[in-house]
Ligand binder design. Structure first.
Ligand SMILES: [Fe+2]
Length: 237
């Protein structure tokens, strides 16, 4: 797969033991962004996919090398892209999403993220929900063995590259996306980032004290994530 915008070629990339990422470009409000999928290897050769990115046969083949896909997670309302393709590819897997998405797409989503996760990953991947923010309903995960926080849209750390198209550069300037970790700018604009649900999630994330952090739109942070998280959350926590 090509990478015309410098935001990912969709290849499966090792991140840390038991976690990989795959990134493909996605268009949002006239800008291009990286869309990061997190792939977690679970016990018993099972594989969990978080926030699926645009699939390809090469990506499916690479995932198959890791094990059998048992769970696919749409962490918020907006990350339901490509789910139809993944559903067709992994008919046996359990598909998870917020309640709204399950109501909208009952045939696609098996379980609501508020329900009890299966024993195969409940202890490995505790989570916190950020609910009650307009249309924003996201579940944030923490992979205990590798101290990796996995966020979809609440935090961003994208940056423009030399290949970035003009309007994307403009949008990033407007969003103040310069490669440092930030709370999703639109939440802040609407005064939503100070809501109790965000503050509770902020405290939970800092208590986990993550070493690593993967965001849905941006470059994964391989070390020292807690300090960047503290700086991004500021007085919210
Ligand atoms: Fe997103």
């Amino acid at each position: 797969m090509g990478d015309p915008h410098g935001f990912g070629d969709g290849s499966l990339t090792p991140f840390v033991e038991a976690i990989w990422t795959a990134t493909t470009p996605i268009r949002f409000a006239a800008t291009w962004q990286p869309h990061v999928m997190t792939v977690v290897r679970l016990p018993a050769a099972r594989v969990l996919l978080h926030s699926p990115c645009r699939p390809s046969n090469a990506l499916y083949d690479a995932i198959a090398q890791l094990g059998t896909v048992s769970d696919v997670i749409a962490p918020n309302w907006f990350h339901d892209l490509y789910l139809d393709a993944y559903r067709a590819r992994y008919p046996e897997a359990t598909f998870w999403a917020p309640a709204f998405l399950k109501r909208q797409r009952p045939a696609l989503i098996d379980r609501v993220l508020d329900s009890e996760p299966p024993a195969s990953w409940s202890g490995l991947l505790p989570s916190v929900r950020v609910a009650g923010l307009l249309t924003f309903d996201e579940r944030i995960f923490y992979h205990v063995p590798t101290r990796t926080l996995i966020v979809a849209d609440l935090l961003m750390n994208a940056r423009a590259t030399p290949d970035t198209p003009f309007f994307t550069k403009l949008g990033y300037r407007l969003f103040r996306l310069d490669g440092s970790l930030r709370v999703f700018p639109v939440l802040a604009w609407f005064g939503q980032s100070r809501r109790p649900a965000v503050r509770a999630a902020a405290r939970a994330m800092l208590q986990w004290n993550p070493e690593r952090l993967i965001v849905g739109h941006g470059t994964p942070i391989a070390q020292g994530a807690a300090a960047q998280l503290r700086a991004a959350l500021g007085s919210l926590a």
